[in-house]
Ligand binder design. Structure first.
Ligand SMILES: [Zn+2]
Length: 291
């Protein structure tokens, strides 16, 4: 009996070591649609989760316009369920805000929704798209998060939710738009070890990865019917080529030798608003970076 109690105490201790729900850094990723954070930062989120850090994904819209033959409340419900399933597979919590897809505007009301989410999460890192993008919802999500960047610390704004005591670091997800200025790969994360997990989680968004995105992209005929073939196709479809600039950033963070081995990376740009992190801060905020 004594031995059993001893084993139980040891097990509790190990579980405690793994789960650090209040440990810093706490990360919140904010996208426009219920699959944006997954695509842009899913691998990084999975790495944080595996180290025991708490990550939240927020979709600012409910995704109710993202399909060729479904729509409205029924589609929003389907996509919320998909998001929750993807969240489980990444090891993160997923919130979907009830704003219409395709109609997002950077209004004061939505800004306050974003401010509250960042505060409630007590975030150290906030990730969002840049306000340069083909999709107005992505663009305005970028604007909304920029508009929240200072206000999260101002007590008299959204006074029902206590302000953050320190300003988080705000980061942009990678994009390929060139005007008015191209994306700058300040921080590059090796996500090779969790790429399969990322594909598995992206697969939860069936309405998107196998239906809507191929249809609107004009390649619906390329999606295989067989589930195993389909998954393989998705992995190829979602692999992003590592550009020379991104490889350079990987070298900076991981060293030349390790950087050369990286097959999949997620990359972030530091926003000029919010806390400006030093190299030492970045290494603390991204504990998965090991030389
Ligand atoms: Zn989107």
């Amino acid at each position: 009996m004594k031995q059993l109690i001893f084993i139980f105490i040891i097990l509790c201790f190990i579980t405690q070591l793994n789960a650090q729900p209040n440990a810093s850094p706490r990360i919140i990723m904010i996208g426009a649609h219920p699959d944006d954070c997954d695509i842009d930062g899913g691998g990084t989120a999975a790495l944080y989760a595996s180290l025991g850090y708490a990550v939240k994904f927020v979709s600012v819209t409910n995704g109710d316009a993202g399909h060729q033959s479904e729509g409205g409340g029924a589609l929003a419900k389907r996509r919320i369920a998909e998001a929750h399933e993807a969240g489980k597979r990444f090891g993160v919590t997923y919130d979907v805000l009830d704003n219409h897809d395709g109609e997002l505007l950077p209004t004061l009301d939505v800004r306050l929704q974003v401010i509250r989410k960042i505060r409630e999460w007590n975030a150290d890192i906030v990730m969002a798209p840049r306000p340069n993008d083909y999709h107005p919802d992505h663009r305005y999500t970028g604007v909304l998060v920029q508009d929240a960047a200072f206000m999260v610390t101002v007590p008299n704004v959204a006074p029902d939710t206590p302000p953050l005591k320190k300003n988080p670091v705000f980061l942009y997800f990678q994009d390929f738009f060139q005007r008015p200025n191209p994306f700058r790969p300040d921080i590059a994360i090796d996500v090779t070890s969790v790429f399969d997990q990322k594909i598995d989680a992206l697969e939860a968004h069936q309405s998107q990865v196998y239906e809507w995105l191929p249809w609107i992209g004009g390649y619906a005929d390329q999606v295989p019917k067989d589930p195993a073939e389909r998954k393989k196709w998705l992995a190829t479809n979602r692999a992003i080529v590592i550009t020379p600039e991104v490889r350079k950033s990987l070298e900076r963070w991981y060293g030349k030798e390790k950087a050369a081995q990286v097959k999949h990376a997620e990359v972030f740009e530091i926003c000029e608003y919010g806390k400006q992190p030093s190299e030492e801060d970045i290494r603390k905020l991204f504990p998965m970076i090991k030389k």
